[in-house]
Ligand binder design. Structure first.
Ligand SMILES: Nc1nc2c(ncn2[C@@H]2O[C@H](COP(=O)(O)OP(=O)(O)OP(=O)(O)O)[C@@H](O)[C@H]2O)c(=O)[nH]1
Ligand SMILES: [Mg+2]
Length: 320
């Protein structure tokens, strides 16, 4: 970095890198760049990443400026307005704003945007903590018709054909029968075994998927049965599947209702019908659970991606 006065800080997460910045340069330090880079240590061998933060101490107080140049709005109001201009709802604006360290120095727009970006990334990193890097026992849960079976069909195709993993699918009934015929047919085409009754005696495969019919968690009987099936399957990657084209209020409501099952991440479907990064950020900030991946389109395979916070942040800033 060519500018003088800049210092480099590293961490495993954005939060950790920022904590080091504030410890060393104080709460009003200015973070001018935050990026994810391959880890410098032995972790590089298995593709581990770390966060680099370039930061500098706050500038000395500026000489008095002509009144016309001084912004009327307070710094606090400006940060909140910036967050609103990204399309975030009031709750998200408040959450992100609260996580930004208080600084006495006026910031340029670019500096303020960098601070917001850092705060958003830190929140995302925090929300990914329970998502394994390489999921092995995967269960998709969610409301009926949210796109679980289509997403599962796409995912097994990638694991089986691209990653050459030995896959198995458990297509189990809930309170209603599991009618995902297309999933079984697609699995057969790939030579993937499909089990329709639970049998813990089978030898484990490197990737096991649980496909359940959707349900309404406000029904305690159905929820008990589903919780029981999930307990037996013991997923290391339990994803709440949400149709991203739904109204934000419906998504928030479904997320709240399914929280009792302690999902590790979110899987968003119907991305072909909805491209609202602000809606995605509102969900992640409110639930504290990050998006593991997305599925866009009804056609199998295709349109299945794992996504990280940086890519959603870019999308958020691009729309402004
Ligand atoms: N446009 C679009 N349609 C989708 C997408 N994902 C699924 N669908 C359609 O949505 C409907 C429901 O998809 P499924 O995958 O069967 O949903 P499900 O969650 O498994 O449904 P249940 O098992 O009944 O709870 C089907 O008609 C799919 O073709 C998507 O990403 N985009
Ligand atoms: Mg299904």
């Amino acid at each position: 970095m060519p500018q003088t006065g800049l210092m480099l800080f590293k961490g495993h997460t954005a939060e950790e890198a920022l904590a080091k910045v504030h410890q060393s340069l104080g709460a009003s330090a200015i973070v001018v760049q935050l990026k994810r880079v391959p880890s410098a240590g032995v972790g590089r061998i298995w593709g581990a990443m770390e966060i680099e933060a370039w930061a500098q101490a706050p500038a000395p107080p500026a000489p008095p400026q002509p009144v016309a140049k001084v912004r009327a709005a307070s710094k606090e109001a400006r940060t909140m307005d910036l967050l609103r201009s990204l399309g975030l709802n009031e709750e998200s604006v408040r959450r992100v704003h609260q996580s930004i360290p208080v600084s006495g120095t006026p910031l340029t727009n670019q500096e303020a945007c960098l601070q917001l970006g850092a705060a958003l990334l830190a929140a995302w990193d925090n929300a990914t903590k329970r998502i394994p890097r390489t999921p092995r026992r995967i269960a998709l849960i969610g409301a009926a018709g949210s796109g679980k079976s289509v997403a599962t069909a796409k995912w097994i195709t990638i694991e089986s054909l691209r990653h050459q993993q030995e896959c198995r699918i458990w297509c189990l009934d809930g309170i209603v029968a599991n009618s995902a015929e297309f999933l079984s047919q697609h699995a057969e085409l790939l030579g993937i075994p499909v089990e329709t009754t639970w049998n813990p005696g089978l030898p484990p495969f490197s990737r096991e998927f649980l496909d359940l019919p959707g349900w309404n968690p406000s029904d305690p009987d159905v929820s008990d049965r589903m919780a029981n099936l999930l307990d037996r399957f013991e997923p290391d990657c339990l994803l709440l599947t949400l149709n991203a084209a739904y109204e934000a209020s419906i998504l928030q409501n479904q997320t709240m209702q399914f929280m009792q099952f302690r999902p590790h991440g979110l899987l968003l479907t119907h991305l072909d019908e909805c491209e609202s990064p602000a809606k995605v950020w509102n969900l992640v900030l409110a639930s504290g659970i990050a998006v593991f991946g997305t599925s866009s389109g009804r056609f199998i395979p295709g349109g299945f991606d794992r996504t990280g916070g940086e890519s959603w942040m870019e999308r958020l800033f691009q729309q402004v």
